[in-house]
Ligand binder design. Structure first.
Ligand SMILES: [Zn+2]
Length: 587
């Protein structure tokens, strides 16, 4: 399940080893021997044990560990007799991702005739533009964006065409959890105010970060971080007024990411062209960083519950259905990657679908189903089709030990079903429980409730089998348009609202694109719907600010207040359309 917090940086000292392979994509690594690793284990526990092993290094998207996991999943699908349903009749659907950045030899900073050492005195960020500027330095304080605060002299300071020098962080937020102090946010604000470049002064003792795992797109201006010691010298130089030459040679590195896709073809010639989709993401957080709830800790995040458990459950459903009577409709199994980065794999699948999604009758998503407590289970998306309650209750009642099921109606949420609901497909998301190991290195396989996981798999397998059955027992799902639910559990995740401040009601597609932000969905009855925004629209401007990506969009929204009227420009069917929205208040 994805969770977005501000980025942490990898330190410069670990960089040298990585220069050797910037464009090699995935580092060649021998994958652990699955048979040896899972000896004596079987079923869901064997799958979790393999996927959550340290040697898969937390399965971050685009890494060797993710690669090994994908190979394992394909071999399991094959062993159940399923057909490859990825691209080019393989089990894999491969796409390229930005993996990070590396520095080129042109990188250079000179202030008042003094050269600053790259990696010692300063370093460009991974989201810096690759650019060269000469210009006057101007001191910008902390460059905190606090609209409407008359005391904030820097909020209105003219920094255009100059290199602004800014203090690190936000004095009002010492733990750095907020947005205003985030270096990426400050740099975006500076770019939006036409600065020529920005230098962020790190506090004494902070190690200079490296750009190597920076996955966010390059901003329009050069961005550098100056070490605590060098910052003292630079502040001195500023007093008398100084100019600088700032050259940032920052090159994006890329890697391959893979969804794993397999098909159980339906037996009924009239119905095999219709699909039930069963999915789970298999990537996780690697060594931590963005999304980790153990910020600053570089350690393997094994992701046993998130989401080796759901992936194991999906494999178990595949095994059960493949071993049983062949269903009438086809069943498509998808292991998504890139979920932790913002549903990248499922959004890519929807965009580059390998089946006709118009013929998909439903999508079942398993994400974090390994920590059942007291027979409790949450099923989300129940409000997306009229028949879901009856279907779930009947399947649950048929289990030897039924669950106590908590149902929630929302079709949008912080996991891959959201991408399919945006396409109008009824969805269900199975979740056992949040817990203290969520997004921490301690999410280990020994803590998985195996019996609970097996039962979730059986429940979902029963539902999938029912949906895939034709004839007298067939169910046709009636899709329900979702009434707006302010304060629903997933609001923060699904509608770019952080629970306070302005509310619009859009569901963003968080996969990176050259420019703009595509909308996966628009909430029924929301200010966005009232303004006429539609799923598929690409937002390119918000309240006069260019929207390069999800971050620029979030920042532009955060700069407004409830009740504000904003003009939003979108690209729709090749044309630019402007709409005006009156922002609501998130609750
Ligand atoms: Zn997660």
């Amino acid at each position: 399940m994805s969770h977005h917090v501000s980025t942490s940086f990898r330190t410069f000292s670990g960089l040298v080893a990585l220069f050797a392979m910037p464009f090699a994509g995935v580092r060649a690594q021998t994958c652990p021997d699955a048979q040896a690793l899972t000896r004596g284990l079987d079923g869901v526990l064997a799958h979790v044990r393999f996927l959550a092993d340290d040697r898969l290094e937390g399965r971050a998207v685009g890494t060797a560990g993710e690669h090994c996991a994908a190979d394992y999943l394909a071999s399991q699908f094959e062993s159940f007799g399923l057909e490859p349903a990825g691209s080019q009749s393989s089990f894999f659907q491969t796409f390229e991702i930005r993996k990070g950045a590396e520095l080129g030899p042109q990188t250079r900073l000179t202030v008042a005739g003094r050269e600053y050492g790259v990696g010692t005195d300063w370093v460009p960020t991974g989201f810096s533009a690759s650019a060269s500027v000469e210009g006057e330095l101007v001191y910008g304080g902390h460059l905190l964006s606090s609209p409407g605060n008359p005391a904030d002299e820097f909020a209105r300071m003219d920094i255009s065409d100059r290199i602004v020098v800014v203090e690190w962080g936000d004095p009002d937020d010492p733990h750095g959890t907020g947005l205003r102090g985030d270096p990426h946010f400050k740099a975006t604000v500076a770019a939006g105010r036409d600065a020529a470049g920005i230098l962020l002064l790190a506090p004494i003792g902070m190690e200079l970060p490296t750009p190597d795992s920076e996955m966010r797109a390059a901003l329009a201006i050069p961005v550098g971080i100056v070490s605590g010691a060098a910052a003292a010298v630079l502040r001195e130089a500023l007093i008398g007024g100084a100019s600088a030459s700032l050259r940032t040679d920052v090159r994006a590195t890329s890697a391959e990411a893979r969804n794993v896709v397999a098909l159980l073809p339906g037996a009924n010639p009239l119905l095999r062209g219709e699909y039930v989709i069963v999915g789970a993401h298999y990537d996780h957080l690697g060594y931590g960083g963005e999304g980790s709830l153990a910020p600053g800790e570089t350690a393997i995040h094994n992701g046993a519950d998130d989401n080796a458990s759901g992936t194991a459950g999906m494999l178990e459903i595949a095994r059960i259905l493949a071993a049983g009577p062949r269903p009438d409709r086809s069943v498509l199994f998808i292991a998504f990657t890139g979920e932790e980065r913002g549903l990248w794999g499922s959004a890519y699948f929807v965009r580059e679908r390998t089946i006709d999604l118009e013929e998909a009758v439903a999508m079942l998503n398993l994400d974090m189903v390994g920590r059942v407590v007291d027979d409790g289970l949450t099923v989300m998306g129940v409000g997306t089709a009229a028949e879901w309650n009856e279907i779930i209750d009947r399947a649950n009642a048929a289990l030897s030990t039924p669950f106590t099921i908590g149902k929630s109606p929302d079709g949008y949420g912080p996991s891959d079903h959201s991408s399919f609901y945006g396409e109008g497909i009824p969805v269900l998301h199975f979740l056992s429980n949040l817990h203290e190991d969520y997004h921490r290195p301690s999410d280990d396989w020994e803590k998985i409730n195996v019996d609970g996981l097996e039962r979730v798999s059986q429940l979902a397998a029963r539902i999938a089998a029912r949906l895939a059955t034709g004839g007298a027992d067939a169910v046709a799902l009636t899709r329900i348009e979702q009434p707006q639910q302010r304060g629903g559990p997933n609001q923060a995740a699904s509608s770019t609202s952080s629970g306070y401040g302005p509310y619009l009601g859009t569901v963003p597609d968080m996969t990176p694109r050259p420019f703009g932000l595509r909308l996966t969905g628009v909430r029924e009855g929301s200010p966005a719907a009232a303004a006429g925004l539609r799923p598929g629209d690409v937002v390119v401007e918000f309240a006069g600010r260019p929207v390069t990506d999800i971050y620029a969009y979030t920042y532009a929204l955060q700069a407004q207040a409830p009740g504000d009227e904003v003009v939003i420009v979108v690209e729709r069917d090749g044309a630019r359309v402007s709409v005006t929205a009156t922002l609501g208040a998130a609750r």
